[in-house]
Design a protein around this ligand. Structure first.
Ligand code: ADP
Ligand code: MG
Length: 271
């Protein structure tokens, strides 16, 4: 079953872009599922108070369930907040509840406020759970939650929507990543650009694709995620597109993208 390489060390990938609606959550859950179907153990951390990643993975996130909020406060261990997704036995999710909404402000007064997620992930109890991949789904802002995600990660994956103004705001994101690199997490790097919502019928989509490849070179995955109704319908059923419509183009594209991510990681560590 395992025909994708297992990383030698756990890879923590933060999915960030301060723009809303570019496909962060969709890409997080479907890439995670695309790795989990190959037998890799994957954890998704939902760091957006909206809880959309939790919903898409079929994980309860009503107020009161153990969530990322308690983890950030240091009250609950990651392993105790992680719930198994209905989508795969290898797929786990630390949900976000509405409690997280106030946390950007609450975090400000806390000790080591930028490093709380990192600390929570660096515990022995998490190591024992044997996750191969951890994906962190960020909210659409560059506040303290996103900073926590950048400090905790090895890699950043930036989804870019093939639309007008796709590259707008990217400079600000990259500058924030550089700030985190220079002060808090020197090993952090942008490993992956994923083009999403590609509509082959428009000339614009090709222009954006060309511009992104020109700018980011090989960091951009060869696989491009098409605009697809199936992809947008799946979360309404608490599913990833891989289970909602396995044969669809959207499902196949996320499987391809997941494969690229897994294979590139190994090329890099053996290079
Ligand atoms: P973000 O997390 O960046 O805010 P989402 O992943 O929630 O973005 O996507 C925004 C909206 O676009 C959602 O309604 C989602 O279902 C839809 N969507 C995302 N990717 C696609 C796609 N490839 N094709 C069609 N709709 C998509
Ligand atoms: Mg989102």
């Amino acid at each position: 079953e395992l025909d994708l390489p297992r990383p030698n060390n756990r890879r923590i990938i933060t999915v960030a872009n301060q723009k809303g609606g570019v496909g962060k959550t969709t890409s997080t859950v479907n890439l995670a599922a695309g790795l989990a179907v190959h037998g890799l153990k994957v954890l998704v951390i939902d760091l957006d108070p909206q809880g959309n990643a939790s919903t898409a993975l079929g994980v309860e996130h009503r107020a009161g369930v153990p969530s990322i909020y308690e983890v950030l406060l240091g009250e609950t261990a990651v392993g105790d907040a992680a719930a198994q997704s209905t989508q795969s036995e290898n797929l786990w999710c630390v949900p976000a509840t509405i409690d997280l909404a106030g946390s950007e402000i609450e975090l400000v007064t806390m000790v080591a406020r930028e490093g709380r997620l990192k600390e929570a992930l660096n515990s022995d109890s998490v190591n024992e759970l044997g996750y191969d991949y951890v994906f962190v789904d960020c909210p659409p802002s560059l506040g303290l939650l996103t900073v926590n995600a950048l400090v905790a990660a090895h890699e950043v994956l930036i989804p870019i929507q093939c639309e007008y103004y796709a590259l707008e705001g990217l400079g600000q994101l990259l500058r924030n990543i550089e700030l985190v690199q220079s002060h808090l997490n020197p090993a952090l790097w942008v490993s992956t650009i994923l083009l999403t919502m590609y509509d082959g019928r428009t000339k614009l989509a090709d222009q954006v694709t060309a511009e992104v490849r020109d700018h980011f070179g090989d960091l951009a995955l060869r696989t491009v995620i098409p605009r697809s109704v199936k992809i947008s319908e799946a979360p309404g059923f608490g599913q990833t597109v891989l289970t909602y419509d396995p044969g669809s183009r959207g499902s196949m594209s996320y499987l391809d993208a997941a494969r690229e991510i897994a294979e590139r990681g190994v090329e890099r560590t053996t290079a």
